[in-house]
Design a protein around this ligand. Structure first.
Ligand SMILES: [Zn+2]
Length: 234
């Protein structure tokens, strides 16, 4: 009985080995096939460009294998319009209208920097007198004050890279705490001024963003007549 059983199981092993070998061969063939695979791009006309002389194209690229999904890209097939407009995925953006936005974005970044520097120094100064018994206690203190989104694991990683409880703190997360600590350090006026400057720059940025001219297709399939309806034809 034992012999027969052993024989059967040997045959089973041999059989599964053959199946495995066959599967391996098939996998190698598939791999070769994928390395040699070609793609095909089909271009669809998605309607006239804003000036009407050309059109917007959609390029759908498919790989000749069943597991890749199609890549979809868009382009403006008109020299004049591609100079004036750019495509942000499926939205046409007027290039000239983006300059004030870019300037406002730079201004906002410039306004943010001194505030971040001040806030960082407030945190460093505050935590210099905080003697945590352990890393766990330091992280718990940051959580108690609502000053971090880091998990304990992330905090340990931060510390292992040379970070401290002060650099792990994001003081802007808890404005009340920040105001209190700034007051103790005699920095209220400086903090208020820099906060006000950033708030102003952020409003300017929002306004500039709203002034960027974007044309979005009302049609989910992106089939749209992009010509400006406000301008009389001809
Ligand atoms: Zn055009």
């Amino acid at each position: 009985m034992g012999f027969l059983k052993a024989k059967t199981s040997n045959r089973t092993i041999a059989c599964s080995q053959r199946r495995y070998a066959a599967r391996l061969t098939r996998d190698v063939r598939l791999l070769n096939f994928s390395l040699m695979s070609t793609s095909e791009t089909v271009t669809f006309d998605k309607g006239p460009c804003p000036c009407g002389a050309g059109h917007i194209d959609q390029h759908v690229t498919t790989q000749d294998n069943p597991w890749s999904t199609a890549d979809i890209a868009y382009s403006i097939n008109c020299l004049k319009c591609s100079r004036e407009w750019r495509l942000d995925n499926k939205t046409l953006v007027l290039r000239s209208s983006e300059a004030p936005y870019a300037a406002a974005k730079t201004a906002e970044e410039i306004a943010r920097r001194p505030l971040q520097t001040l806030v960082r120094s407030i945190a460093v100064s505050h935590f210099s007198s905080f003697g945590a018994r352990s890393k766990k206690a330091a992280h718990a203190e940051l959580e108690r004050l609502g000053l971090t989104s880091m998990s304990y694991r992330q905090y340990l990683e931060h510390v292992s890279k040379g970070g401290t409880i002060a650099t792990a703190a994001s003081p802007l997360r808890n404005q009340r705490w920040l105001q209190e600590v700034a007051k103790k350090q005699g920095l209220t006026e400086q903090l208020d001024n820099l906060t006000e400057a950033l708030s102003h720059a952020t409003k300017e940025l929002e306004h500039a963003s709203s002034q960027v001219v974007r044309k979005k297709s009302p049609n989910p399939s992106f089939n749209t007549d992009w010509r400006d309806k406000a301008a009389p034809a001809g």
